[in-house]
Design a protein around this ligand. Structure first.
Ligand code: 48H
Length: 279
């Protein structure tokens, strides 16, 4: 008696294809695209999905988490300053108090909990996918992202004649870390400016990164280290509370932009006639 139920090779292939196609078809036109699946991007994805926003994370690696896996100096310990330990509590990640307002937790535990929290909330993940360019609309507003398979980008130029595809959205969140890749793309066209991050100053940088998280260009919110790079803020080294709270702030700003998250009206208003979703 076999242990496993029946499934042929062809069925397995079809299951993979259908899963991929179903997701990509749905997210060809979505509400929010988050470029970068590090701590700030995952946090934003989780909070947006929790509010019922259609959100997809584009990640160039096969794994999510960015710098959140290993903490500082390849030593696997994540540090967060108060009040960011509350986020760890929310996602069910155990932590210890190191000193009055500094908390520690193992990177792999924190990272896997955060990934699970984003997926459980309903965020979709498109990994091994690199952001290449922006889709531009009237007045140079960003209206989507141009993507390609990461392996295609990694091939020698002579054998990479593979055109990318594009996904449309209402809002892009640049959570690509130090590179601020979305803003960089706009900068190359003379549309935006990236100042570059400043030197390390933990006690200044984390407040600043949260305060500056928001719309940096029409159609683009910056989150996480991309905020420091865009606005010339000090860096915070191996402490991650600012990344988590910046992701939360990015989600709040996105909800405001999308006019979501407002309490429902007490009296039901008549529904407007359904229109095609956009453009
Ligand atoms: C698709 C891309 C692309 C692309 C990059 O670096 P991250 O962890 O980013 P944050 O901002 O969430 O967190 C920063 C933190 O890890 C850190 O580095 C800190 C706190 N440094 C302080 C200091 O002083 O040094 O994650 C970014 C993610 C990664 O997973 C990348 O692979 C991904 O974005 N990414 N994905 N297309 N073009 N570029």
């Amino acid at each position: 008696m076999p242990i496993f139920g029946p499934a042929s090779e062809a069925e397995v292939t079809r299951a993979i294809l259908q899963g991929f196609t179903k997701d990509l078809e749905r997210y060809a036109d979505t509400e929010v695209i988050i470029v970068g699946g590090g701590p700030s991007g995952l946090m934003a994805a989780r909070d947006l999905a929790k509010h019922g926003v259609e959100v997809v994370v584009i990640e160039r690696n096969n794994y999510l988490g960015g710098g959140f896996w290993i903490g500082g100096y390849l030593m696997n310990t994540i540090t967060v300053r108060a009040p960011a330990q509350k986020v760890l509590e929310e996602i069910g990640c155990p932590y210890e108090e190191f000193s009055k307002s500094l908390f520690v937790t193992p990177g792999p535990h924190a990272c896997s909990k955060l990934i699970a929290a984003a997926c459980d909330a309903g965020a979709k993940i498109q990994n091994m996918t690199s952001f290449e360019d922006v889709v531009i609309r009237e007045d140079n507003r960003v209206g989507g992202v141009v993507i390609n398979w990461t392996p295609v980008q990694a091939l020698p130029h002579e054998i990479t004649c593979v055109d990318p595809i594009a996904l449309e959205c209402d809002l892009v969140i640049d959570a690509t870390g130090h590179d601020a890749y979305v803003i960089q793309t706009l900068e190359r066209r003379g549309l935006a400016k990236r100042i570059g991050e400043g030197g390390m100053w933990i006690e200044r940088s984390e407040d600043a990164v949260v305060e500056h998280t928001g719309i940096a260009y029409p159609g683009v919110i910056v989150a996480g280290m991309a905020v420091c790079s865009t606005f010339g803020l000090p860096r915070m080294g191996p402490t991650f509370g600012g990344m988590l709270l910046s992701g939360q702030r990015a989600a709040e700003e996105a909800l405001k932009f999308l006019k979501k998250g407002v309490p429902p009206a007490k009296v039901a208003e008549p529904k407007p006639k359904a229109l095609p979703r956009r453009r």
